[in-house]
Design a protein around this ligand. Structure first.
Ligand code: SF4
Length: 312
């Protein structure tokens, strides 16, 4: 084990700290050596690397000795053997299994948007964020190119995230009404945010193969969480869940209900557990600007989610 700079820890060291996995500023780290370095070489070009120790919480999710998934088989193997959320976060953050998405996320990170030209983009898969003991899990589509792919935290630094975190704050799940950077002090209680696909896709559209390749990361995350309610944002995430939950042993109704805002379905596990799925329109600008999704509509979703979680 080599010494890591600025308080950076490996995933196993991170697990031993007892820190809340995914709650910290550790999405960015100072990368060096090892196979998990490749992305940073691209995203750091021409920009000043960000130092995790200066982000407020000097804990990193991944280190240069974390294994890198380069194929669907690697993803399956590394996800299934991740012992805890910290290890899962670290391993998924190094993933390079989807060539198209790897190329896109790194191209966006290297080019950057003018407004963020002085920033170093994360440019890597974005792990889940929030409470490791969450009973409510919010499932989104994928990180935004200049949101999560920039900041390293899901739904952070983009308009959709502004809406989502404001709603979580109003519902009492978030410490702050905004989520702008990994060092902003945001923390979630009772809720964790995850994406069906962990890399930003071109035009926000992952392919079915990319969705399926990424699935084991989500399967393992849901396996490690005591989730009772999934708040599912948008039709893509909704449709992707039956195979994910089937892998966890849940009994999937056939036909599976179609997506619709406010729609819910409860599925059972042979061991007696139940899981409630609650659908919501995605807080995309397309939906919020047009009034298809309003604040009261989203508030009602989280109110219902809390009721369902408390009843279990
Ligand atoms: S989308 Fe998922 S499986 Fe594909 S490279 Fe990103 S993290 Fe890996």
């Amino acid at each position: 084990m080599f010494a890591l700079p600025f308080g950076v820890t490996t995933s196993r060291q991170f697990a031993r700290t007892g820190s809340k996995a995914g709650q910290t500023a550790g999405a960015q780290r100072r990368l060096r050596g090892g196979s998990c370095q490749t992305a940073a070489v691209v995203v750091s070009r021409g920009a000043r690397p960000r130092d995790p120790a200066r982000l407020g919480t000097p804990v990193a999710r991944s280190a240069a000795d974390d294994p890198v998934a380069r194929s669907a088989a690697d993803v399956s193997r590394l996800a299934a053997s991740a012992e805890d959320l910290a290890e899962l976060d670290a391993r998924s953050s190094c993933c390079r299994a989807c060539p198209r998405l790897v190329a896109w996320r790194e191209k966006v990170a290297a080019q950057r948007r003018r407004a963020f030209a002085t920033e170093t983009y994360w440019g890597r898969p974005v792990p889940g964020f929030g409470d490791p003991a969450a009973r409510i899990v919010v499932v989104g589509l994928a990180p935004a190119a200049h949101g999560g792919n920039r900041t390293g935290r899901i739904f952070t630094g983009d308009r959709s995230g502004d809406w989502l975190f404001a709603a979580l704050y109003r519902a009492g799940f978030a410490r702050q009404p905004t989520s702008e950077r990994v060092d902003d002090g945001q923390r979630l209680d009772g809720v964790r945010l995850v994406a069906v696909v962990r890399c930003a896709p071109p035009a926000n559209k992952p392919t079915p193969v990319e969705r399926d390749t990424c699935r084991p990361w989500l399967v393992r995350e849901l396996e490690l969480l005591p989730a009772r309610v999934l708040v599912v944002l948008g039709g893509f995430a909704w449709q992707s869940l039956p195979p994910t939950l089937a892998r966890l042993g849940f009994l999937i109704p056939r036909p599976f209900p179609s997506f619709g805002h406010g729609r819910s379905v409860t599925i059972a596990h042979p061991d007696g557990r139940r899981l409630h799925l609650l659908a919501s329109y995605h807080p995309s600008q397309q939906n919020t600007f047009t009034g298809k999704l309003t604040e009261p509509m989203l508030d009602a979703i989280f109110h219902r989610a809390r009721q369902l979680a408390d009843a279990e």
